[in-house]
Design a protein around this ligand. Sequence first.
Ligand code: NAP
Length: 516
Amino acid sequence: MQLLASYLSGSWSQGSGPRTTLVNPATEAAVAEVATGGHDLAAAFTYARTVGIPALGALTFAQRGTLLGALAKAIHGAREELITMAVANGGNTRSDAKFDIDGGAMTLSYYAELGAKLGATTLLADGDPIQVGRTARMGGQHVWGRRRGVAVHINAFNFPGWGVCEKLACSLLAGMPTITKPATATALVGHRMVELFAPLLPAGALQLLVGPAGTLLDHLGPGDVVAFTGGSTTARMLRGHATIIEHSVRLNIEADSLNAAILGPDVELTSETGGLFLADVVRDMTQKTGQKCTAIRRVLVPAARESEVLDALKERLGGIAVGDPSRDDVRMGPLATAQQLRDVREGIARLAAETEAVFGGTGEVSPIGVPTGKGFFVGPVVRRAADPFGCKALHAHEVFGPVTTVGSYDGDAARAAAFVAQGEGCLVSSAYSDDRDWVASFVGAAGAWTGRLYLGSSKMAAQSPGPGTVLPSLVHGGPGRAGGGEELGGERGVHGYMQRVALQGDASVLKSLLGA
Ligand code: NAP
């Protein structure tokens, strides 16, 4: 069986000590192993600082963009192989795997183009020149400059391909050498990506740690950045980490999220907007078996439409075949790990204590094409909350699987926004309405509680990717429970790996620094 190696200090090493086995979550068959230690992480940081920082610093944004373009091409060249790995190690259907891998390549291509646009420079203006003296001679200018540090990326299990790429696109474009750490359970895809990427990048620009983090964070210094995606418990530990506190290490957190979808009072379910709403809810429940940080967990619909919505969901979900994701007739695969299965079952049980079953009971399912008793399967589950505003489990625990809960309201936009707010901070929430006044009231009140607001309507329905798709051009992150972080969003995502400096001096000198 393959023992996955880490790529540290310019060479591949398998580590040592006890091993963890990566499995196929549909069959529980072993697919690879990783060693749980034995790496010289202090040396890896030194290598990044002494080799990676100068190598990337010698390049302009345009040149770094060219590198990102080459990484995107490398993914395209190995696409089938990566898809096969995602099916085998992630429980992904082919369609789920494409979502992850093509999403990664698309994000790299987007930032490659941004690099070309930023051009042959290494300093970026932040806003316009400001007069700060008695005359125009004394000026001020904010700029984004390079941080002299290392980016450490810690990724979640659910997007092993896209997760690596979206963080790497921004840190490399900003000129920071990067150490990436995929979640151990689904590390196969990220590992293969780094095998493809490493020969295309300057020495020291990219390193990979497979297996547990070990002492990784102990080597951080004041110029470094940690970008984390994962659960809130791990996030809490990172916030309290002594080295991160001591050096005020910049820490970006993408954590749990109880994303909401609201149906406006004006929408007939048979309309284009109503159809979009239903398609988005069903897609978010079943795509990647609901293991998307952006998936819709809470649904609020006008009381008069509730039974119609529940019937439509039942009908659509009834057609979803669950089983071995390598089969063409299967639409939804298993959860990614045995731990995930335990967590999702516990989450459903918590919801079940306060809600009634609408579809799928508590997730019992007989998966197609799987040996009896094997695999981490749970079927799609819809619950109904009679009192959606008072249902504690609904607003307190993210069930990271194919589970959603529906409740009803009076159609008031402020009430809908209050429902969003009860999640205490989301990555994304969505509202479906063609009534502009209702939408304006909703956005005004709900915007503070979510990183992205997706506004579904008849005018955009035909070209909508749904709220669950994270676009490189729009920020991804959210307040409160969602971690308080922010990634992507075009140039904003690159700024996360740069240092803003306020320059103050002769206005003509400031101008010349920016090449004007
Ligand atoms: P997790 O258990 O928190 O793990 C996330 C990452 O943290 C993994 O790479 C894990 O490594 C690493 N980690 C664990 N302990 C660590 C430590 N002491 N020091 C450094 N790294 C450590 O989360 P998960 O189970 O993979 O992901 C599920 C959660 O992620 C869900 O709650 C979901 O909401 C959230 N998520 C959020 C987003 C977003 O964009 N906001 C996206 C996807 C998922 P090992 O695997 O080696 O333990």
